[in-house]
Design a protein around this ligand. Structure first.
Ligand code: PEP
Ligand code: MN
Length: 270
């Protein structure tokens, strides 16, 4: 179904007023919503909208490498949806189990994110596919840090699409082993290869790929040069006050605004 020769090849995903493939899509916001300090997320939501983002991201449930660190909090789902109401932006958040899928869909989350750690979790992919069938919901499917051939990534998307909702967006976000100095091995360069094989839009996440705010703008522009349909960028009004990846990775609103302006200018040259 993901093949460019399938009947779905003319399908267009719409999110936040953007038709993917026709205009640049920017999803931006915090890595992790801090349930103890919701004003940071509300301010970030307004700032990313002002910077030109079309959709808001915010982590409610977090897949943390260390089980003794903050794992997220269901209270953040209310904060996410309140930020959506205040800004009018559709929201993206990661889900890791069936109960979370249901809570997110019932709350009105527009885009379910499958994280890099779960991109090879076929039972979760099936649960998501089943849950979004017949709904307008989209899925932002991250590339696993352990994925090899592109067919592995495309097949993961197929697990979701097979249930009938074709709104799957492929999201390269860097692989392992890391390029020394970056968080991962940046992989925006797979964009044209994915586009050769599948009709699915490609939205690159430069934040997790390079892992440091200073390198994110260049990686974002590289993704656009490679033909990406959009970007998913971590941003925070005061990165140092954030939690999760935000202190290291999040762009300030000014840096985000410049990156979006530059990305649009580069898009116009394609
Ligand atoms: C995230 O988007 O904050 C995240 C955990 O991403 P990934 O799954 O790509 O590591
Ligand atoms: Mn993150």
């Amino acid at each position: 179904l993901m093949d460019k020769r399938s009947d779905l090849a003319s399908h267009r995903i719409k999110l936040g007023g953007v038709t993917l493939g026709e205009e640049l899509l920017v999803i931006a916001g915090a890595c992790t919503i801090d349930p103890k300090n919701p004003s940071y997320f509300y301010e970030t939501a307004v700032a990313v909208k002002e910077a030109g983002a079309n959709a808001l991201r915010g982590g409610v449930w977090k897949p943390r490498t260390n089980p003794y660190t903050f794992q997220g909090d269901v209270k953040s789902l209310d904060i996410l949806m309140e930020a959506s109401r205040r800004t009018g932006l559709p929201v993206d958040t990661e889900v890791m189990e069936e109960s979370q899928i249901k809570l997110a869909l019932d709350a009105g989350v527009a885009t379910l994110q499958v994280g890099a750690r779960n991109a090879l979790n076929y039972s979760l992919l099936r649960q998501i596919g089943r849950a979004i069938a017949g709904r307008p919901t989209a899925v932002l499917l991250k590339r696993s840090i352990h994925m090899g051939p592109l067919s592995e990534f495309i097949s993961a998307a197929e697990y979701i699409v097979a249930f009938g909702n074709p709104n799957v967006i492929l999201c390269p976000r860097g692989t392992s082993p890391a390029l020394d100095g970056y968080r991962n091995q940046p992989d925006e360069s797979i964009t044209p290869l994915l586009k050769e094989k599948t009709w699915a839009p490609v939205v690159v996440d430069p934040s997790h790929s390079v892992g440091k705010a200073a390198y994110v703008p260049a990686a974002a522009l590289a993704a656009i040069a490679y033909g990406a349909d959009g970007l998913c960028i971590e941003a925070h009004v005061e990165p140092a006050k954030g939690i999760g990846d935000d202190p290291k990775q999040a762009l300030t609103p000014d840096a985000l605004k410049k990156t979006i302006t530059d990305a649009k200018a580069l898009w116009a040259l394609r």
